[in-house]
Ligand binder design. Sequence first.
Ligand SMILES: [Zn+2]
Length: 270
Amino acid sequence: MSEYVTIPLDIEGVKVNRVEVTSNGEVHIHVSSTVDGTRCHRCGRDIHHRYDEGREIKLRHLPILDMPTYIFIKPRRYLCDDCPGNTTTTQHLPWYEPRQAVTKAYAKHVLRLLVNSTVQDVSKKEKIGYDEVEDIVEDRFGQGVDWSKFKSMPTVGIDEIALKKGHRDFATIVSTRTEEGKNRLLGVLENREKATVKAFFLSIPKDLRDTVQCVCSDLYEGYTEAAREVFGENVEVVADRFHVAKLYRKEVDTLRKKEMGRLKRDRFNR
Ligand SMILES: [Zn+2]
């Protein structure tokens, strides 16, 4: 496969050694690190004394041509010459978390798919275990948001996800819709309680909070009350996204009609 197409791999610090498509339709990409050195986990010094390679890890990554895709890497290990007892540290690259089975990009992809969907649907669509989807959800709990990336957030979506495994019944996914109509993930909350949702809304910087015009959620009271209490009584709360899609279409429609009118006028005035 690699002989015919070049796949731009959207991760840094690696070179691709081999790409194969397995008989069961998976893409396996074998990579190795091109980053030199790491920080000693004991003394914090930069260390460059190569030791050996760690055990190969397998990470689920974004699908290529709709095929489940995995990245294989043997993390480099380094020896610290200053610490006693052959202290070694395993290098890890910023596009995955140690001890997680997926790349950060893939985790985000799954969380985005969960907006307005269920764990079951996503599990089926992605050919990934139900538990793995839940793991991705739980790993994201409590992670902060870089609000500086957002200039305005006219629409905020709140979805609940039913969880089966573990001790929780529900989690909440908060997202926003960009002007291009793409869903962007804001946060994953540990339950669906009003206090939790409200605290998250209050963590949005005031300037940004003031740009919220519409909150889409199923009409679960905890969500809608939290939205009204934080964004004010004037915020529009709608039951589902289709309503919002309709609003967008209506705007486009109005524009189209105007444009048609202008064209007709132009023709007759000629
Ligand atoms: Zn050290």
